[in-house]
Every structure is written in C-alpha cells, then in structure tokens.
Design a protein around this ligand. Sequence first.
Ligand SMILES: *Cc1c(COP(=O)(O)O)cnc(C)c1O
Length: 547
Amino acid sequence: MPNRPTKKAEATLDSMRKVFSIPENEDSTLMRIEREISQNLLGFLRDHIVAGEMEPAEIERDFKNINIPEEPMFVHEQAKFLMDKVVSQSVHTAAPSFIGHMTSSMPYFMLPLAKIMIALNQNTVKIETSKAFTPLESQVVGMLHKLVYHRDEAYYDKWTHDRRHALGVFCSGGTIANITALWVARNKLLAPKGDFKSVFEHGLAAGLTAHGLNGLAILVSRRGHYSLKKAADLLGIGRANLIAIETDEHNKIIPTKLEARIKELQSRNVGILAVVGVAGTTETGNVDPLEEVANICESHNIHFHVDGAWGAPTLFSDRHRHLLKGIERADSVTIDAHKQLYVPMGAGLCLFRSETALDAIETNAQYIIRRGSRDIGKHTLEGSRPGMAMLVHSGLRILGRKGYELLIDVGIGKAAQFARMIQNTPDFELTTEPELNILTYRYVPQSLRQQLKTMPSDEKSKVNDLLSELTVNIQKTQRDRGQTFVSRTTFEIASHNDQALTVFRVVLANPLTTRQVFIDVLEEQRTIADDEMAKMNFAAELKKIID
Ligand SMILES: *Cc1c(COP(=O)(O)O)cnc(C)c1O
C-alpha cells in the first residue's frame, strides 16, 4: 500500500469516537483534508476534457479486492485513493463538450449548499427526523405544482401543508415518480367494490375479479421511457401489457391510433390503467400532442399521466411553454429535478392534479408515519429520504423563473443552431429535427448521400445497416478519446421508412456549450470516420451491397 502512515490507525474506541466528533479547530486534519478535496475537485471541474483515456478493464483493477479491511485506515489515505483512482477517472459530465446525456452540469452553488444537507442528515420520511425540511419539501412540491397546474393562491394556502393530503411527492428520480403515478392510477381504477376493499388490502387478482376485468394495460407512444416497463412489471400489469402506440414523423403519438387501441382493449374487457403522454422523449426530445391525448383520456375516463421527466421545465419559458399545452389537464406529471432543474442526482417529483389522488396509496405505521400526522412518508414509495428538496428550493430561488427560462431558451436555441449546422454540412445527416433541446444525426460519406436518395429500397436498407455499424464505431472511438462526447441510440427513423437506425444523440443543456463545440464534434467525427471506414473495409462492404 502506498504512503503507509508511520503509526497505523487502530480500531480503538478512542479512534472511533474521534471520527464521529466535530473537529475542534480550523487546522484539524479533517479540515485540511476537506480543503485538499475541494481544491482537487475544482481542478477536475475546471478541466474541460470529457474523460481520461484509461480503459474500463484497467480501471477495474483498482477495485478488485473484495476483502473488507480488518483494521481502520486513515481518512487522508482513503481521500488520496478517491482522488487518485476515482476522481481522476470520472466522466466530466459538466464539460461543455459533453453533449450526449441528460446528466447535466450544475450551477456551482449546489456544491457548497449540498453540504448543509449532508451535515444535517435529515430524514424526510417523518417530521420527527426532519422538522423544517418537511414544510420546505411541501413548499417545493407546491411551487412545481403551481408551475404545472397554476391553481389560485387560496388553493395552495389550503393544500400545500395539509396534514392529510399532498399535491405530489418528492422522490429520487423520474423512474420512482412514474411508478408512483401508475401505482396511484392502478389503485384508483381498482377502487373498493363489494367485498373488495383495495389492491393494497386484497391484491391485484381480487381487484380484477371484483371489477370483472380480464387484465390491465398502460398505453404510451413507442418512444416511452423504459422506466414504464419496470412500472408495468412491479404493478403486476406485465410488460407485454405496456402497449406501444405508433408515432408520426415527429415522434409524437398518433391520437387516432391511441383511441383505436383503447376501444379494442375495452372491447376485450381489459382495464386501461393509464395513458402516458411524453413531454420530451428521451431519445428525440419530442412532445406528444398533450391536449388531444387529454381529450381522449377525458372522454374514456382514463388516468392521464404525463412523463415530463425531461421536458416539464420547458414550462418556465414564455416562448416555448405552448409546446406542453394540455399538461395542466394531466392527472399526474413526472418532473426530474436532476435533469433540467440542475440539481445533483437523486431528485424527482410526481405531481397530482387532485389533492386527494395520493390517498390511493397512503400507508400508515404505528411507530412512524402515523395517520393524520405531517409525515411525508405515508405517501412515498421510498422510505428514508434525504433533504434533496433543499437543493431544488435553492435552485428555484437563486436562478428564479427567469433564470430557468433562459437555460431552457438557450438549450432549445442551440439545438436549432446545431441542427442547421448539420443540415449545411454535406457529410452529415440530421435524422430528427429538434423540438426541444435534443437532436439526432449521423455521418454519411458525401458521395453516398446522393446515391442513397435513388437507391432501391432493399439496397438502401442494407446500406443503412452498414452506416449504423459505422455510427457505433465512430461513437465508441470518440468516447474513448475523451475530447468530446455524444451518445448513440437506435430507433425507427421516419425519414427512412421507419427503418431502425443507429444515430448520434445530442442533448444540449449546458449553458457553457458553444458553437465551437459543435464544430469540434463534427470535425472529430469526420476524422474518426475515415479511420473506422478503413478498419471495417467500408468501401468493399458497400460494393457488395450495391453491385
Ligand atoms: C430520464 C427519464 C426518466 C427516468 O428518470 P430517472 O431519473 O433516470 O429515473 C423517465 N422518463 C423520461 C422521459 C426521462 O427522460
């Protein structure tokens, strides 16, 4: 082990007491370690490359030992290990040239403020362990509820801090938020009937029997997020009954197809648990026609959930809010705070239009979360939870509505700018037009671009497969080089007869990303493309298809 200390740390009660005690003065070892870590982190964050070149297998070697150390270790030893082996090999998700995922950069103030949350270690499951964090969290839920549903002041005065009801739940992310929404929808659909008290009490099978249903289904466009599959599984619906509805050329659900499918399911006595409208699809950032979906749900009396994990914060923008029109008619809405609210990972919300919706999943326990108490935990899937709402509260107050509006507008503007740049570059093809701040594209050698247009469809489809392989190779190499980063995804591309193609995916949420980054990304991909085409014998493979 490097840097073996002269005097080994020992497992004495005294040393245990020491690590649990607050340091007495500014010069203590712990304070010094803290300063060192801060400097190291700032150095890392200022460095604008995306990742080091070390291979995953090589990094893995530092984490091979699975033996729990018998003896304690000095804090500074562990701090050094973390800085050398973990920090240095982490991905710079905040780098302006990291434009591939929804994991966003953060305003710098989150880092010092997050310390308050860790230091106090409040548990929002129950008021006895959170006190001020409980009303703070309810306030945040109220603020975002108002952003979506804009009810009047009297409504929020009455319900924001109500002891029995809640306007929504704070949770660790979009997945839990979606599960919570569908959990509520399931229990609402299978309401008490005869001897059947609730799914909570008697289970799904009894509920279906009581309601004379042959099964349950959840409907979402084929661009729905995979978290819905987990929800369908957990709620006992079955993944096969998460039904994917066709999308149009803009990756939006086709309302007529949705309605036809609803009728078909109802004719077979299948209960429709919910229709999910997507506000910002993960792959393409498109928004379903929420108003039309709301109309359909209303006329068939179906729970309407909007998965706005990515796109809901678009509501901050005066200019772009209209894209989400109809969201205020949703029975429930998911928002991920760790995406476009720019807080650290582990924060999401599910909001409900009705203050009584969450009654459907209320759980009480005697030693904790007592009936009629202020305990938030009675409405949450998760148990113990950190005071993350504090950071959302901080973001909302420090940046303000106008700050978030600017971030949204800039992101959408940049996506449009990058899209135009791609369209004006002869060897790149825009595969989906951005609606919000996400777009997809691919590299196509210039000579092939023209040929593709006139090629018979069977040949074209084979060439497209070859190009998908090239896209994968370019993306991997670009990632491994660590200078710039875009992600890749595979889905049916409308402009290519719905053929499933692998394309580059760009997410623009970092306000530090400049036009120069776009130029660099394309330039690097073009260079890599030449190498990769040589490696995969592209010309010869192409000849095989075309001749
Ligand atoms: C990210 C995302 C989710 C899942 O959120 P997590 O925070 O990763 O659990 C769900 N739906 C959509 C549309 C998303 O973009």
